[in-house]
Design a protein. Structure first.
Length: 279
């Protein structure tokens, strides 16, 4: 598909000068919740995901509910071209280079259905491409474009898994956290912010897609997806580098900064074994 998204305006749509937000993984979960929050604030949206039919349906709902302009870009962020370039990521970065985007939300991602050693290396590489390479490349292009304009915001959805040792997903999200912290330091004083959002357990399609039964978790472990979206955007607007939605996870994140690493490994391994035994 062309890197130029299809514009689908509706009556009483946002004015051309409305701020523009690009969201990857925008058709479900946290990405969709963030799209609703930004649409309610009058943003013009560019929704990025793989499923064009679902993208179109999501865009129509948002446009009619909030009377905004919404565009869609269907691409697979893990798709590699014959020359070795990652075509899906290139579609997004080309768009960012060619027009004004005020806010970028890197939310696209997935989890592995099996443990590290039981997963094919090609699938591990695909995970790294979507969770790490896409975040880095899209953030890099957005940061340069925004810095030239003197304003903008980059929001990277990491995870509380970033402070654990729960497999490759945790490693990738740890990378996102540290990358965002480094990016925020480089952008200090430029008018451009970078924020890593670290959700805990959120009721979305994420665990269902991994075929993982999470019914054993207590209600207190879960954070509502709307809370994650609102808190993450609020902290990003305040210029915070790290956002941890939910009181229980704020406490957990603070504890993780001082707990001995062997204890974190022990707790992480215990959770992983429980999860595998219930699959």
């Amino acid at each position: 598909m062309s890197s130029t998204p299809s514009l689908r305006p509706v009556p009483a749509a946002a004015a051309p000068e409305a701020p523009v937000a690009l969201i990857t993984g925008a058709t479900s979960g946290i990405g969709l919740a963030i799209a609703h929050e930004l649409a309610a604030d009058g943003y013009r949206l560019i929704l990025v995901a793989r499923d064009l039919e679902r993208l179109d349906a999501t865009a129509v709902r948002l446009m009619h509910r909030y009377r905004i302009v919404c565009e869609v870009l269907s691409c697979d962020l893990s798709r590699t071209e014959g020359d070795g370039t990652i075509g899906g990521i290139r579609q997004v970065t080309d768009l960012i280079d060619s027009r004004r985007v005020d806010v970028v939300v890197n939310n696209a991602g997935f989890g592995l259905r099996t443990s590290l050693l039981r997963t094919d290396p090609a699938e591990l590489a695909k995970l790294d491409t979507v969770l790490i390479r896409a975040v880095e490349d899209i953030s890099w292009h957005a940061a340069h474009a925004m810095r030239a304009r003197g304003r903008g915001g980059i929001v990277n959805i990491a995870s509380m898994a970033a402070v654990t040792t729960m497999g490759t997903y945790a490693g990738a999200k740890s990378h996102v956290l540290i990358f965002t912290e480094s990016l925020a330091a480089e952008l200090a004083g430029t008018g451009v912010t970078a924020t890593a959002v670290l959700p805990g357990f959120v009721r979305t399609e994420f665990h269902d897609r991994m075929d993982v039964d999470m019914s054993h978790l207590p209600a207190a472990a879960w954070v509502d997806v709307s809370t994650v979206a609102r808190q993450g955007l609020r902290d990003a607007r305040a210029g915070k580098v790290v956002s941890v939605p939910g009181v229980q996870y704020k406490l957990a994140y603070a504890a993780a900064q001082v707990l001995p690493r062997p204890l974190i490994r022990f707790a992480s391994n215990g959770f992983r074994f429980t999860r595998q035994s219930r699959r």
